[in-house]
Design a binder for this molecule. Structure first.
Ligand SMILES: NC(=O)c1ccc[n+]([C@@H]2O[C@H](COP(=O)([O-])OP(=O)(O)OC[C@H]3O[C@@H](n4cnc5c(N)ncnc54)[C@H](OP(=O)(O)O)[C@@H]3O)[C@@H](O)[C@H]2O)c1
Length: 321
């Protein structure tokens, strides 16, 4: 873990940073950078619905090219599957010897972008959403980040990545030196096979199993979905071992028996298969295909998810919140 005390902020002194995109990460990183004294320029595509929000935060609204032209570091903070076309459009505006930066390794690791040889290419990937990156910074805290360099044209790219991590507040929590490959593969694996892929799917399957057996949907929701927050808070505060100690003997023994039964060798083999496919670039291709076809799978899944009996149970319990 590299923390603020070991990070020299000087590589960003008297430098300007262009942030391309003002979404989850773009907004948070831009505000944190500015509060750390860094000159920030925001680049938005013409007609962006976020232009008013950018102005309301006190920034000028520039095109990506206008923002990038005078910048020493251009952070590409738009959806990963769009970054290659954004980079192609920006290329004439990138000053010789400038740096480009990412918050996820996919576009570089899977070769969607092949950067010009005079550019430094860095990554600072906060390990959490932009809203938390911002609120932690405002509270005087920070979020852990992975940082990496994939092209060091200047010889100073690593120092720049660290100074950037510090300016967005990540040095307060700690920065881990990584690679674009490691960050990208581990992040995609978690998204597909652990927290964002497996957990919601198992909540849904558990809910469906109870409801099919005649349990009221609201009761099934309380048991299978609502308690996730308690688990997350316990794991955060006490770790996995501490969590097992914090629950009743009934829950602890049940968790032991059920966990062994469900997370079996078949599931582990499937996890390894998911990992191998990610490493081979299959998912990166699927993401590009999905974007090129204007997101048919994502649109259908979002529509479907709103109509499930699990969502109806949630509304019955919580209203439309
Ligand atoms: N979500 C997270 O909190 C999180 C966490 C860690 C790392 N990351 C990484 O951070 C990066 C940004 O992700 P994000 O979730 O912050 O993205 P996001 O919120 O989806 O980004 C939205 C912004 O990107 C702009 N944009 C979309 N397509 C564009 C295009 N073709 N040209 C120019 N701008 C375009 C949008 O423009 P409009 O304003 O015109 O709509 C908007 O300003 C990704 O590499 C992601 O993997 C994200």
């Amino acid at each position: 873990m590299i923390r603020d005390e070991a990070i020299d902020p000087a590589p960003l002194h008297h430098k300007s940073v262009a942030i391309i995109g003002f979404g989850n990460q773009g907004r948070a990183q831009a505000l944190n950078l500015r509060d750390s004294g860094v000159v920030v320029r925001i680049g938005l595509r013409p007609g962006s619905p976020r232009a008013a929000e950018v102005r309301a935060e006190g920034f000028d609204v520039l095109t990506p090219g206008e923002a990038a032209e005078p910048a020493d570091l251009v952070m590409l903070l738009a959806p990963d599957e769009r970054l290659a076309s954004i980079y192609d459009e920006l290329l004439p505006s990138l000053a010789p010897g400038a740096a480009i930066g990412f918050s996820h390794g996919l576009a570089i690791h899977f070769g969607l972008i092949r950067p010009r040889h005079d550019l430094d290419v860095v990554m600072v990937a906060p390990k959490g959403p932009g809203t938390a990156l911002r609120s932690l910074y405002e509270a005087g805290k920070g979020m852990v980040a992975l940082a990496a360099v994939s092209q060091d044209a200047s010889g100073h790219a690593w120092q720049l990545a660290l100074a950037y991590a510090r300016a967005i507040g990540c040095g307060r929590a700690g920065v881990i030196r990584s690679t674009f490959e490691e960050e990208c593969v581990a992040d995609l694996f978690n998204e597909q096979a652990v927290v964002w892929g497996a957990v919601p799917a198992i909540l849904q399957a558990g809910f469906d199993t109870l409801v099919a057996a005649g349990v009221q949907p609201e009761v099934a929701y309380l048991e299978c979905v609502s308690e996730l927050k308690l688990l997350a808070e316990l794991v955060e505060a006490r770790g996995l071992a501490g969590t097992a100690e914090a629950i009743s003997n009934t829950a602890e023994l049940g968790a032991l028996l059920g966990g062994e039964r469900l997370v079996n060798s078949r599931l582990k083999a499937e996890m390894s298969a998911v990992l191998e496919e990610i490493q081979a670039g299959r998912f990166a291709r699927q993401l590009s295909d999905e974007a090129n076809a204007d997101y048919p799978r994502l649109r259908a899944a979002r529509n479907q998810a709103r109509k499930t009996s699990l969502e109806q149970a949630r509304k019955a319990l919580l209203g439309d919140a």
